[in-house]
Design a protein around this ligand. Structure first.
Ligand code: 3UK
Length: 548
């Protein structure tokens, strides 16, 4: 039995019942953690003990640079602001709100050190979404970047439990920086149990109320000790950078936890659009890049103007990496992208490949520590070549905060990610679509991403999204929404050219019978295409007679 350090037992009280948990597998020797474990102690205090105190830990393009010792001290001081000024007790939930900055990183560690539970939120969230999250997680405290304080202020009125809010990125005397400066540099981290909840990450779901996924201290370290060790293999000389927000577990791992676990540095960019990221990489000689497929496409067009010779590893996740995008980036930079599928429920990446084993169109193989399987609708494993539901298990897994949808994500000990996959003859896992997004047209199953991949290979196509549109005759037809590159015109001739092009690339029955042109595609803050929006558009166009 592990002894919890949580005085506020909310998280433990709202875990799903044990019998609804996935099976947790600790097959690797590096995953044997002690029963008392604080992941912030392991990542920061141990880094300094290891002799990394003078190495750079975090940087910003604005010129800020903190060593491991400085980051540790800042986190220790903020932990005391939480405990002594804000009356935090272990187990309280602390909402974090801010763009990716060194202060946001220090605040994350401060919460964990003080035994709090970090509830990081995406910068673009509005009051309504913040309210949903704060109410669901019964958030008691918040540390918020002063520039994003307005929406949180509105949300607060509807969140009775949220009584203590302090702002950072401010010189105000009652702000985090000024308060922290008045605290001693040392702090004794709360000795949490390995199975105390360290963080609640909310999914960027498109339907229903957001789902909070609960991750323990040992889960955070397990994420650091699986994919990063076996696939990424960073060194202390690496400089990480990229675009995903720290509130998205792709960003938390890739831009904070993994670099620190490796003794490396992380360059945190506040507004990481391609035109900000590229000069930042060049100026700081970044070596490891994390971003989404759409951002690789956008950046590929601009690389010529920048010295990217420092880059050595480029990681893509969040949605499927089209073969055309992999090629575009390789042609532009010479670098083979590392693709990996991860999920908020799983904390990070569980199927991936390294640079040497990249295969266009495939995600890769299960990351050591994880097992993956393609199942039929009854939960029976399917043979290679057959499309089914992706199921995985490993040292991390799904525990929703007070949510019946636990029963959908976890069955028979497996985590079902909601993705349609097949295993090819080489044993590589190939993504088809989200299970709910498979297009069924005249009895054929078609994955939108495969058609998108084909379209992206056409020189006039900048971006595209393919969904099913309702059709009386065929049930659904394949409908493509295309963003053209500058200088191309979306006329009937272009529709015809794109349709013929797709028929040459993949089985002709998959070609888009409907093609429409858009100035931009609807995307989430995490770079994911919002297919439901495209489906709504497709439906409306059908209803208004002419298909898209
Ligand atoms: C999709 C992919 C194909 C897939 C995430 C890396 O995306 C992350 O988490 P989310 O909870 O979404 C999970 C879903 O996104 N997906 C992600 N990566 C890929 N599909 N190829 C990929 N490489 O549908 C999955 O079920 O937002 C990614 C690390 C941490 C994460 N949270």
């Amino acid at each position: 039995m592990m002894t919890t350090a949580h005085v506020d037992t909310f998280a433990r009280d709202h875990l799903p019942p044990k019998e609804q948990w996935p099976e947790f597998v600790y097959s690797l020797p590096e995953l044997r953690y002690g029963e008392t474990l604080n992941c912030a102690t392991e990542l920061l205090d141990r880094a300094v003990e290891r002799g990394w105190s003078e190495r750079t830990a975090v940087l910003s393009p604005e010129g800020l640079r903190w060593t491991y010792a400085e980051l540790l001290t800042q986190a220790n001081r903020i932990a005391q602001v939480l405990r002594d000024d804000m009356a935090l007790v272990p187990g309280n939930r602390v909402l974090l709100r801010g763009p990716n900055t060194p202060m946001m990183a220090a605040c994350w560690f401060a919460v964990i050190k003080a035994g709090g539970i970090a509830v990081a939120t995406m910068p673009l969230l509005r009051a309504k979404e913040l309210t949903d999250i704060a109410r669901k997680a019964q958030v008691t405290h918040a540390l918020c970047d002063a520039r994003l304080a307005d929406e949180l202020g509105i949300a607060r009125a509807a969140c009775p439990t949220l009584t203590r809010v302090v702002l950072f990125a401010t010189t105000a005397d009652d702000g985090v920086e000024a308060r922290a400066a008045r605290k001693p540099a040392a702090f004794a981290d709360v000795r949490t149990a390995a199975d105390d909840t360290a963080m609640i990450a909310f999914t960027s779901g498109t339907t229903g109320t957001p789902k909070g996924t609960m991750h323990f201290h040992r889960d955070v370290l397990a994420a650091c000790d699986c994919w990063p060790r076996s696939v990424l293999r960073a060194t202390p000389d690496d400089v990480f950078t990229g675009s995903p927000p720290l509130a998205f577990t792709f960003g938390l791992g890739g831009l904070l936890l993994f670099p620190l676990r490796a003794g490396a540095a992380t360059l945190l960019v506040e507004r990481p659009s391609p035109d900000m990221l590229l000069p930042a990489i060049a100026a700081h000689r970044a070596t490891v890049l994390f971003t989404a497929p759409t951002s690789y496409r956008a950046m590929a067009a601009q690389v010529g103007a920048f010295d990217l010779s420092s880059l050595r590893k480029c990681v893509s996740a969040g949605e499927a990496l089209p073969a055309a995008t992999r090629k575009l980036w390789k042609d532009a930079t010479g670098i083979e992208i590392i693709d990996g599928i991860g999920a908020t429920e799983m904390l990070h990446i569980f199927i991936s490949h390294d640079e040497a084993h990249a295969k266009p169109g495939a995600t890769g193989t299960p990351v050591p520590g994880y097992t993956a399987c393609v199942m039929d609708d009854d939960g029976q494993p399917l043979p290679p070549g057959r499309v089914g539901r992706l199921a995985v298990k490993g040292p991390t897994g799904c525990r929703y905060l007070a949510d019946d949808r636990q029963l959908q994500y976890v069955r028979d000990g497996w985590n079902y990610t909601g993705d349609a996959y097949l295993v090819d003859d080489d044993g590589d896992f190939v993504y088809l679509a989200r299970t709910d997004d498979m297009i069924v047209s005249a009895g054929y199953n078609i994955g939108g991403p495969e058609v998108e991949s084909a379209l992206l290979a056409h020189p006039a196509v900048a971006e595209c999204g393919v969904v099913g549109a309702p059709d009386d005759e065929r049930g659904q037809v394949v409908a493509a929404f295309v963003v053209l590159k500058p200088g191309h015109v979306g006329d009937a001739g272009m529709v015809d050219a794109l349709q013929r092009f797709v028929k040459q690339q993949i089985a002709p029955y998959k070609y888009p019978r409907a093609v429409a042109f858009l100035p931009a595609l609807p995307r989430t803050e995490t770079g994911k295409l919002q297919r439901f929006r495209l489906r709504e558009m497709a439906k409306q166009r059908v209803a208004g007679s002419a298909a898209p």
